[in-house]
Design a protein around this ligand. Structure first.
Ligand SMILES: Nc1ncnc2c1ncn2[C@@H]1O[C@H](COP(=O)(O)OP(=O)(O)O)[C@@H](O)[C@H]1O
Ligand SMILES: [Mg+2]
Length: 140
């Protein structure tokens, strides 16, 4: 389900503020596994989660989710494969939306978004037309 191999991350390399946060992390999790990561302040727990979510690129190593190598995918593309709940409830939620609306957004993770144009075809059925953005792209 999740396989991390040889992941390394150094912040501010080559500067006086250089910090080796992850020095070769290997982790394999299977479906149903429940894992607690423990470590002192600054041990690298958040950095590891940020690497999995794609907040920063890894220096080396690989991250595979459900057999798909996501190492090079940006965070917004990885959202299709992985979700996270933040320590700070103000992060990762839309403060102006109701709880139910936030949950509805989460349920649609990874699904297509945007405005669809529908046309009625004989028989009274609606058929989806490419969204405006798609039309503009395909007409180039
Ligand atoms: N964006 C960043 N820039 C520079 N250093 C960072 C950054 N994020 C974390 N660090 C450093 O990396 C180390 C690991 O931090 P972190 O992963 O936040 O630890 P933990 O979550 O285990 O407390 C710490 O020394 C921290 O100061
Ligand atoms: Mg932390």
């Amino acid at each position: 389900m999740l396989k991390i191999t040889g992941v390394q991350k150094t912040f501010n390399p080559g500067t006086i503020n250089e910090k080796k946060a992850l020095c070769g992390i290997d982790l394999t999790l299977n479906e149903g596994d429940f894992v607690t990561v423990i470590g002192g302040n600054g041990a690298g727990k958040s950095t590891m989660l940020n690497m999995i979510a794609g907040v920063y690129p890894v220096d080396c190593g690989s991250i595979v989710i459900d057999g798909k190598d996501v190492t090079k995918l940006p965070e917004y593309k990885r959202a299709k494969f992985i979700g996270r709940v933040f320590q700070d409830p103000m992060t990762g939620t839309a403060a102006t939306m109701q709880i139910e609306e936030n949950l509805a957004l989460a349920k649609r993770r990874g699904q297509r978004r945007g405005i669809d144009l529908l046309t009625v075809v004989p028989g009274g059925r609606f058929v989806r037309q490419p969204a405006l953005g798609e039309q503009l792209l395909s007409s180039r």
